[in-house]
Write a protein that binds this ligand. Structure first.
Ligand SMILES: Nc1ncnc2c1ncn2[C@@H]1O[C@H](COP(=O)(O)OP(=O)(O)O)[C@@H](O)[C@H]1O
Ligand SMILES: [Mg+2]
Length: 319
């Protein structure tokens, strides 16, 4: 493969449900360089968390289809069996702050020990040494030293989220997936966590995949943007291009729905609701909500390459 650090190519992940196969990740491709941050945005239920779980292979039992390529440094992780993936990639090269992780800490174990645990389990490091590393991680994420012996309930939401970020950092991963890392926090704490992430980004070469439904938030950290709609990526763009002129009609609606303080404009809403991922239409999945709908939209739009790293899955751009 090319020299790209992470390259996801034609990734599919379907769930088995009583209603049929649910196509949560339906042919997703994107790439990411070292130290880069990709923001993955899209409304609730479009498959963001499913994509995240596919990348770190933390999948539920009812997965029916899981195929495609995930090249990390040229090596296709999809070729690895469960055991090899768990021993060499999961949490070690790719880690994650899961959605709603705030309540996932074990209430009866001190936070320091919880953060240190992966080192003891996966790396066979002594408890003493692991706790020392946990202290370092705590200092990196701005948790006071004294908190290491506390229990999760003794920490505020913001401090708990910092501990969870410390957990994602402790194995020194190359990629961290952050799945809605601030959505359960109040606005002020949210800003603190975003500042922390910016600091970690500036001081390390870690690549981040920041998942959010909040377009405003993504602009804080992102180098590039992937917009997901109904299991597919409908736009890939560099952050600058995206925030100044989003390409896909869905992206334009997403941007227009962000309330702004200074502009004299009412936030728009996107009419209609997302389509079923069990029986998606053959053509463009956004067509029924799109103001530019044309007859050709009943056919599946191509992913049009507009130069550099800009792609849009829309007939408006097809020549
Ligand atoms: N374990 C599961 N079994 C069946 N369907 C699921 C499962 N997990 C998620 N889904 C469905 O997959 C779709 C995508 O969900 P998800 O990846 O959580 O979206 P997002 O993170 O963008 O909100 C949704 O329709 C959701 O209901
Ligand atoms: Mg989610």
């Amino acid at each position: 493969m090319s020299g790209v650090f992470l390259e996801v190519k034609d990734l599919y992940m379907y769930y088995r449900t009583t209603m049929g196969s649910l196509k949560a990740v339906d042919g997703v491709s994107f790439s990411l360089d070292r130290g880069e941050t990709l923001a993955l945005i899209g409304e609730s239920g479009c498959g963001k968390s499913s994509l995240a779980k596919s990348l770190i292979r933390l999948l539920p039992r009812n997965v029916e289809v899981f195929r495609g390529h995930i090249y990390l440094d040229g090596e296709d992780l999809m070729e690895m069996d469960e055991d090899q993936f768990r021993r060499t990639v999961q949490w070690q090269r790719i880690s994650m702050v899961a959605q709603a992780a705030l309540n996932s800490l074990n209430p009866v174990i001190r936070v320091g020990e919880q953060v240190a645990e992966p080192l003891i389990v996966h790396k066979g490091i002594s408890k003493e040494e692991a706790l020392k590393k946990a202290r370092e991680a705590f200092s990196l994420v701005g948790i006071p030293d004294a908190f290491i012996d506390r229990y999760p309930f003794e920490l505020s939401g913001g401090m708990r989220q910092r501990a969870i970020i410390a957990m994602a950092l402790i194995m020194n991963p190359e990629i961290i997936i952050l799945d809605e890392p601030t959505s359960a926090l109040d606005v002020l704490t949210q800003a603190n966590i975003m500042n922390l992430l910016k600091k970690i980004k500036a001081e390390s070469s870690i690549s981040f995949i920041l998942i959010t439904h909040d377009v405003g938030l993504s602009s804080e950290l992102a180098d590039k943007i992937a917009v997901m709609y109904a299991g597919q990526i409908v736009e890939l763009n560099d952050a600058e291009g995206f925030y100044s002129s989003p390409l896909h009609p869905y992206s334009q609606k997403l941007m227009a729905s962000v309330p702004t303080l200074r502009m004299d404009r009412t936030p728009e809403y996107i009419p209609g609701s997302p389509i079923s991922l069990i029986n998606p239409p053959e053509g463009c999945r956004f067509a029924d909500r799109c103001q530019h709908k044309m007859p050709v939209c009943s056919k599946d739009p191509p992913l049009v390459h507009l130069g550099e790293e800009r792609f849009v899955k829309c007939w408006l751009y097809a020549k």
